[in-house]
Structure formats: structure tokens, C-alpha cells
Design a protein around this ligand. Structure first.
Ligand code: AMP
Ligand code: MN
Ligand code: MN
Ligand code: MN
Length: 274
């Protein structure tokens, strides 16, 4: 069984629609695919319908933006009840605050680059959770850099002058809300540039209900992976692996990291999906 548990579509900052994502996963020999767009569940129906057509098991989820101080932390949630009012409201708040933030970023950028809100909107699919990648695509169109990655390196990097923060919950709060909504919370790429939690902070998240750590991810070194595996075992939680696929928006290829079948079973069990 080949399971890839972290991917994006045009419901956030991926470049393939949910159906195209599932088709690409089928072509890549994936059997279990989680769709985890940022702060949204908007791609779920389309992905689930495509999963039926292609014979792929879809695990619907989200990658939730949280923050500890100035440090952004990404939290994967699987199989949460999307009609849970509290969680749905917090995700809706995060999406609205992203629009306000994106407008501020464009205002700041407009002092130095010929960018307008209209150009950014043209690069944001209808209904998508807006983020820096859509602004990056606008800057690519304007010839500021050849691709998203270059824009992130030179202009939109974390903590840079154009990276305006937005108001989001803490990871401890979100882990609780995901659990309360019947979902399975897994910390995303904790040793990537985004989301550098200390081991103590990860242990505190386990006390709050964290179920697993994403370990096999392209932004993690071999040493990070070894240590995170040990930590997960010390804390009694599972580990996952995934591509964090964004279509043409990043180099990440579907299936480049995988999650063990028994972990997929645990996730389904924890969410009561068996
Ligand atoms: P935001 O959520 O608006 O802060 O934007 C963060 C998103 O930008 C991440 O989810 C990544 O998908 C994307 N991103 C970050 N760094 C890069 C990069 N170097 N190349 C392409 N996309 C990136
Ligand atoms: Mn992204
Ligand atoms: Mn992430
Ligand atoms: Mn991601």
C-alpha cells in the first residue's frame, strides 16, 4: 500500500484541481491519498468523487496554520467532522485574516514592484485559501522572478519585510479543536524552516491530543528524521511520511515519501472510520 498523506490542490496553493490531484496520484501508483489544503475543507467533495472513479482511498484533511509567538506551525488534521461549528469557524477566521494579510502584503509590495490586487486575484483560483504562493505567481507574471521558489528566496521569505503576520490560533488550541471534531492531529514537518517546535513543545502537544509527527518530508535531514522517530517512540505517537505536493508550485513529487499501512489504519481507527 502506497499512502501519501499531505498534498495540496487549487483549494489552497496547489496548482492541480482536486480531480487532477487524484488523477496524478493514480498515475503515481498511490493507493491512499490525503488532501490537506491550508485552512480549508473546500476540496473534499471533488477529491472524494475522483477517488471513487480512480479507486483511490481519499483521506480528507486540512493543513492548519497556527502560531507560537512569531513562529508559524503547521498542523495536519485528518478526517475531522467538517460541520463541527467551532473548528469550521476558526478555519473561516483564518481564511478571512489571510485575505486582510494578503492585501497588506500587496500594499507593501506595491511600493517596490508594479503589483496590484487584481493581478494577485487573477492568480488565485476561485474559493482558494489565499497565501504567499498566489502573490508569488503574480510577481512571476510581472517578471520579478522566474518561479515561485525564486520569489520566496528573494522577496517573500519567512519573516521578511513583506511577510505580514496574521492572527491564527496556537497549535495547542487547534489540536484540542481537531480532536473535539473527531479528527486526527499530526504535526507537519516540525524540522522544516516553518514550524521549529522544541521537543518540549511537541511533548506538550501530545498532552493536548497530538497523534503523530510527520517525519519523512523533503525538508527534513536524515539526522532530523532519526531524532524525530526516537522522539515519537518516546512519546508513544506514530510517524508519517508524505510529499507535500503542490502540483507545479513546488518540486515535491507525489509519493516521494510514504506513510506505513499500519499508521493509515491507526488514523482511520482514531477517527472511527472502520
Ligand atoms: P503562507 O501560508 O501564505 O504563509 O505561504 C506559505 C506557503 O508558501 C507554504 O505552504 C508553501 O506552499 C509555499 N512556499 C514556501 N516556500 C516556498 C518555496 N521556496 N517555493 C514554493 N513555495 C513555497
Ligand atoms: Mn502550501
Ligand atoms: Mn506546511
Ligand atoms: Mn503543506
Amino acid at each position: 500500500m502506497r499512502a501519501d498523506l499531505h498534498t495540496h490542490s487549487t483549494a489552497s496553493d496547489g496548482t492541480t484541481t482536486p480531480s487532477e490531484l487524484v488523477a496524478a496520484a493514480a498515475a503515481a501508483g498511490i493507493d491512499v491519498l490525503a488532501i490537506t489544503d491550508h485552512d480549508t475543507t473546500a476540496g473534499w467533495e471533488e477529491a472524494l468523487a475522483a477517488g471513487d472513479r480512480y479507486g483511490i482511498r481519499i483521506i480528507p484533511g486540512s493543513e492548519i496554520t497556527t502560531r507560537v509567538g512569531r513562529n508559524k506551525v503547521h498542523l495536519l488534521s485528518y478526517l475531522q467532522r467538517r460541520d463541527d461549528e467551532e473548528l469550521a469557524a476558526r478555519l473561516a477566521d483564518s481564511r478571512s485574516s489571510r485575505v486582510v494579510r494578503a492585501r497588506s502584503m500587496v500594499e507593501l509590495l506595491a511600493r517596490d514592484y508594479p503589483i496590484t490586487w487584481d493581478v494577485v486575484l487573477r492568480h488565485t483560483p476561485p474559493g482558494a485559501t489565499i497565501g504567499r504562493p498566489h502573490i508569488a505567481d503574480a510577481l512571476v507574471e510581472l517578471g520579478v522572478a522566474p518561479n515561485r521558489d525564486e520569489v520566496f528566496t528573494t522577496v517573500l521569505y519567512d519573516g521578511g519585510r513583506y511577510d505580514v503576520p496574521n492572527a491564527v490560533p496556537t497549535p495547542v488550541e487547534m489540536v484540542g479543536l481537531v480532536r473535539a471534531a473527531g479528527g486526527v492531529p499530526v504535526i507537519a514537518h516540525p524540522r522544516a524552516r516553518v514550524g521549529q517546535l522544541t521537543e518540549q513543545q511537541i511533548a506538550d502537544l501530545v498532552d493536548a491530543g497530538l497523534a503523530g509527527i510527520e517525519v519523512d518530508h523533503r525538508d527534513h535531514s536524515e539526522a532530523d528524521r532519526r531524532r524525530l522517530r526516537e522522539l515519537a517512540s518516546e512519546l508513544g505517537i506514530f510517524v508519517t511520511g508524505s510529499s507535500d505536493y503542490h502540483g507545479a508550485g513546488k518540486l515535491n513529487e507525489l509519493g516521494e515519501n510514504l506513510t506505513a499501512p499500519e499508521v493509515v489504519e491507526q488514523i482511520l481507527d482514531l477517527a472511527g472510520h472502520r
